[in-house]
Write a new protein. Structure first.
Length: 379
């Protein structure tokens, strides 16, 4: 009969020895870090780590134990690297400068996606107020471009909807342009079907809207076989088109605000199929800055196309006790089934835990970009 209590006592004794040896190893790792700092050597030496993993695996008596030992030492070396990263500097964090708040005066130039009556215009006014200088742009690209060139101080763009998810074009543009997220704003979205005065639901043949408006209203449109959805610019731009075309067979999916702006009639309101339908807008600037009280980080990075690399990146967030709130992936142009990852997590760029996280990811990823540090808004 096996004595369970005796087994547990033996395990406790072995575990105590393991902890003692682990701490000895970590102390030596600090010495290694000091050497690397003085000589300019990188923390991660892939060749050395692979050789070490191969050698400890061979020490095991069975194949199963060998695989387990390899995984164990992989984690130990990961912990060692994280300790070493805390002893090093992080350059990207130093580039960001803190401001008290975003200016919201008549001298503040804002560009938003769409035209008068758009949801982006509404989000802009809710965040900045109306005592600013603003203009619309017909494409996401143009908003990014005007901010990047200095033609506008800030830009307002939708990035995520609770019904349809992330707006992938925005993620790609955040990589293409050296603009940064400095704030976010969440807006409740109530889509409506707008037409010329006097038109009826049975008259409508063509319904114009932005792809997001069409997706959010998909179930409503499926009820009407006479209606064909056509993608066309921003939602407010579609409302403007219906007015200018003067065709009672046309309608637009847009906001009640757009109906008022362009003198259209609301044929149906709240046509989005999800009652809780909100869009998160980002405020972008070309300045590398963050506001006092910022508590949300957005970054993107690319990885070696190898097993376990994504886990290794995310482990830096876990190790530093930070909460990851979002992860998205986008294909990398010119690469087959390789992806860039976009991650949001809680924290401020001044905090040691965030600095350690960024330092670790920078060292082990192929590249990293800080997309912004800003005050998060609960959806």
């Amino acid at each position: 009969m096996i004595d369970l209590q005796k087994c547990r006592e033996e395990i406790d004794k072995i575990d105590s020895q393991i902890v003692e040896l682990f701490e000895q190893r970590m102390k030596i790792s600090q010495n290694v870090a000091e050497y690397k700092i003085n000589t300019g050597k990188p923390v991660l030496d892939k060749t050395r780590e692979q050789q070490k993993l191969d050698s400890v695996e061979e020490l095991a008596s069975t194949k199963y134990n060998g695989q387990a030992v390899r995984e164990l030492f992989s984690q130990i070396m990961s912990m060692s690297r994280k300790l070493q990263y805390t002893m090093m500097t992080y350059n990207q964090a130093r580039e960001f400068h803190k401001i008290k708040e975003i200016p919201k005066s008549k001298d503040t130039r804002i560009v938003y996606f769409g035209t008068k009556g758009s949801y982006s215009e509404q989000a802009m006014e809710e965040y900045f107020g109306t005592k600013i200088t603003s203009s619309g742009a017909p494409t996401f690209y143009e908003v990014m471009s005007k901010v990047s060139s200095g033609e506008a101080d800030y830009g307002v763009l939708p990035i995520e909807n609770t019904t349809t998810g992330g707006i992938t074009d925005i993620y790609d543009l955040l990589v293409e342009f050296d603009n940064y997220i400095v704030a976010e704003h969440v807006l409740k979205i109530d889509q409506a079907l707008l037409s010329l005065p006097g038109a009826k639901l049975s008259d409508i043949r063509t319904v114009y809207s932005h792809p997001q408006g069409i997706l959010q209203s998909r179930k409503f449109l499926e009820q009407y076989s006479n209606m064909k959805a056509v993608e066309y610019g921003s939602t407010a731009g579609c409302a403007k088109k219906v007015l200018e075309d003067g065709d009672k067979n046309q309608a637009a999916i847009a906001s009640i605000r757009a109906a008022s702006t362009y003198g259209l009639e609301v044929l149906a309101s709240n046509i989005n199929y999800e009652e809780v339908n909100s869009t998160r807008f980002i405020i972008i600037t070309k300045q590398c800055q963050f506001c006092e009280g910022s508590d949300k980080m957005s970054i993107c990075f690319t990885l070696p196309h190898e097993s376990g690399t994504l886990y290794s990146m995310l482990s830096h967030i876990i190790y530093n006790n930070l909460n990851m709130s979002k992860i998205e992936s986008r294909p990398i142009p010119g690469k087959k089934f390789e992806y860039r990852f976009f991650v949001d997590f809680d924290g401020c760029i001044e905090e040691p835990a965030v600095i350690n996280t960024l330092r670790g990811i920078e060292a082990e990823a192929l590249d990293i970009k800080i997309l912004g540090n800003y005050i998060g808004v609960d959806l």
